[in-house]
Every structure is written in C-alpha cells, then in structure tokens.
Design a protein around this ligand. Structure first.
Ligand code: SF4
Length: 432
C-alpha cells in the first residue's frame, strides 16, 4: 500500500505541482471570454498557496448584477478534439495538465478563504468523452456545495454532447451554465472543427432552458424547490476566424437569445494562434474594434428595441467601424429625424444617437411637467454633442435639418476622439 508522506519535502513538491498546473490551466482558460476577464492585482501574502496576480482571476456579474471575482481555470487542457481555432486542440504542441476534482475544490476554498475570489469559473478540454468530462465538472460543483458548504458563485462550462442527466445535475449546483458555440455558422464549424456537430451544442442548451423554466414554475407553487442555474446560461462566439459577416453573427445571436433564453452572448475577437491556412495568419490584428461594435449591436437589440435587420441587412452586411451602430443606423435613416423630445414615444427617443436609456427615462419623467428645451436637457445630464443633430425641443439653436447623412457623419467624426483611433486610422486609411 502506498504511504502518503507528509514530510516538508513532499508538501513542497505538491505545492509546486499545483502551482504549475494552475499556471498552465489558468493561462489556457483566458481565451474563454464568457466571463469577462480582467487581472487581479492581489499578490501572495504570507507565502500561502496561490498568487492571484495573473493566476486566472476574472470578474463576472451575478444574477442580481453584482460584480464578483472568480477563479477562472480549465479542469484540463487535454482534449480529444482538434478544433483549428483552439489553443487546446490535440495537435497543438503545448504543455498539458489536469487537475483532480479535489484539487480544484481545495484551490477554490483556499482562494475563497483568502478573499482572492468570490467564486469559480470552471471550463475544460474534453478528455475521453463529453460525459466523462462533464461528470468531473459537476463533481467539483457538487463537492463545493455539499461537502464544503460553499455559497460562492459557480459558473460551469457545459460540455457539448453531455447527457441530459448530467446537465440537470450541473444546474442544481452551478449559478450559471454556458456552452460555447464558438463558430457563428454551421459552414464555419464544418471547416474549422469538422469533428464537431452543432446539435451537440444545442442539446445541452435546450435541456438547461427547459429545466430553468420548469424549476421556476415549480418554485412558484412549492417554495422549497431548489434553484436551477439561477444566473441562466450564456455562450461565446469567436469573431473573425471563419470569414462570416456581422449580419450572420448577429442573426446567430438573435436565434440563440430567442430560442434558448440566453442571458448573454459573448463575442471574442480571434487571436491568431496557428499557421493553419484555414485561419488568419499569426500576426494578423485581433479584431478588437469589430468585437466592440458587435457588443454595441447586441446591446441595442437587448435594451433599445432594435431588430437585427434594421442594423444589418443585405445592403449593409458589416458594421461601420468608424461610427457606432446606433449612429450608423440614424445616418442611414435621416428621414426619421429630427425627433421631438417633447412628443416622441420611448421607442423613438431611444433611437436618438448619444441618448442612453437613463436619459430617455429622465426625459419621459421631466416632460410630464414642462416642455423641455436645451437648458433642461443639459441640466438633466443629456449628452448633446451628438444628440443635438437628431432632436428638436423647445429651443431652436443647434438644429441642422439641412444636412445629409454623409455630411453629418463627417462633422461628427471631426469632433470625435475614439479610444480606438489608433486601430481605426490604419484600418480606414486602407479605404482612403
Ligand atoms: S473541444 Fe473545446 S477544448 Fe477541445 S479543441 Fe475544441 S474548442 Fe478546444
């Protein structure tokens, strides 16, 4: 029988081994943006286990909108698949590691007790099979909840192809579940990950959606019904790996939001990682600005009442890089403007470039008592630098009804400083 040694040397070696695994598996997890990541500044104190600096701490939002820091790691970066866009693909010559279930539990509890984290984001490469991997992810969450009485936030990755039973168990212990569809179109998936099948992504998503609905309705009748994935489910798409248009991407998002009640779709600009001829070559810029425009479009669809076809259609298949999608839409639809802020409904107010929903609500409130003019709008904190070209109120200055969309665009761009200016200038110069 093997003796477990507790000598200082063996403890030091196991500490080193966990550190090494953590380094590899936190680094591999950084490509998954389905919990928005940012580095923690907390460093190792008192020579304890773990150093949060660069060790896979990210931030995410809970069901009630709180921002929480999470330990973001893979269970393993071994994988039986060979998806061309993925750094973990089996043909990639990289250092591999795998945590045992108990190691992830111990790490989470250790980091939690030190106040480094408030929860865990756990994903994984697929080793042996979808169910074999999913079983281990579920085992981590189950141990944390039942054995460690852990009440922190848990985000688990659903492994494509995992069985309904495992998905059901996962939802009982995790706050959020997500399965990454990765490539926005079936054709792109076939090209870059021919072993994968879109149905394998859809099946667990559908199961989770149905369980959430069922548990929610049972809870209305029986208060003691446990919660099921209370923070819902999300997915991620890689942008710019397989040549799809923004129109295709946003239709895919729209489909997943509507069909599976997703809480979020995340867009991740492809980071070139291989010399595969099917992919953008190493050295190609990561499409950061495009990623940002897609997030803005997603926001307009979810909170501003825009439909995909209004922003992206056959005449306009890709988002403008030089202006945000709401301004782009307004410049192509000048016939809808100017909007009268004293009369327009919420839907049209929300379409005025530069006006956020907070300003829309303030306007709707304030105009119950008086007709609004520029001074009122300024006092309310409405940002008028763009909005002034698209609205009328109880004053007459600033109005420029005579300008065409292109003329207005050039005036606005002259007065704009974008944080993406450095990216934008060379990209636009290509078309100059
Ligand atoms: S199955 Fe997932 S982890 Fe494995 S290669 Fe494909 S994308 Fe990467």
């Amino acid at each position: 029988m093997t003796q477990i040694s507790n000598s200082p040397k063996s403890i030091f070696m196991s500490f080193e081994r966990i550190q090494e695994k953590l380094k590899i598996l936190a680094d591999a997890a950084k490509y998954d943006v389905s919990c928005a990541s940012s580095g923690s500044k907390r460093s190792n104190i008192n020579k304890g286990l773990g150093d949060a600096t660069g060790m896979g701490i990210c931030h995410s939002y809970t069901e009630d909108g709180r921002c929480v820091s999470l330990l973001k790691i893979l269970l393993t970066n071994y994988c039986i698949f060979d998806c061309a866009y993925c750094v973990t693909r089996k043909s990639n010559d990289i250092k591999r590691a795998a945590f045992q279930v108990q190691e992830v539990v111990d790490l989470t509890i250790n980091f939690y007790r030190r106040n480094y984290i408030e929860g865990l984001f756990l994903s994984s490469g697929i080793f042996k099979s979808a169910d074999y991997t999913m079983e281990r992810l579920v085992a981590v969450a189950k141990k944390l909840r039942l054995e460690e009485n852990f009440n922190g936030y848990i985000h688990l990755k659903s492994i494509p192809g995992a069985s309904d039973e495992l998905m059901k168990e996962a939802g009982l212990y995790a706050d959020r579940l997500s399965v990454n569809i990765e490539i926005p179109t079936k054709e792109g998936l076939k090209l870059l990950a021919p072993e994968k099948n879109r149905e394998d992504f859809i099946k667990p998503m559908l199961k989770v959606k149905n369980e959430i609905i069922q548990y929610q309705s049972e809870k209305k009748i029986i208060k003691s019904t446990p919660t099921f994935a209370p923070a819902g489910q999300s997915t991620q798409m890689i942008i710019g790996a397989s040549g799809e248009s923004d129109q295709q991407i946003m239709w895919t998002s729209n489909y997943f939001y509507k069909k599976f009640n997703l809480k979020r779709v995340y867009y991740s600009g492809y980071i070139p990682i291989s010399h595969d001829p099917r992919l953008p070559q190493i050295g190609t810029d990561v499409p950061m600005l495009r990623e940002n425009r897609l997030y803005q479009t997603d926001w307009l669809m979810r909170f501003y009442g825009f439909e995909v076809h209004e922003i992206l259609n056959n005449e306009h298949q890709n988002l403008d890089l030089d202006v945000d999608p709401k301004l782009g839409w307004a410049l192509r639809n000048m016939a809808h403007f100017p909007v009268d802020v004293n009369k327009a409904d919420k839907f049209m107010l929300a379409r005025i470039p530069g006006l956020g929903m907070k300003s829309v609500h303030k306007i709707l409130q304030a105009r119950q008592f008086r007709n609004l003019n520029w001074d009122h709008l300024k006092l309310m904190g409405v940002a008028l630098n763009r909005a002034k070209y698209f609205l009328v109120c109880d004053s007459r200055d600033f109005e420029r009804r005579d300008l065409t969309g292109p003329q207005l665009k050039s005036i606005i761009l002259q007065n704009t400083t974008s944080k993406y200016q450095n990216i934008l200038s060379p990209q636009l110069n290509l078309f100059g």
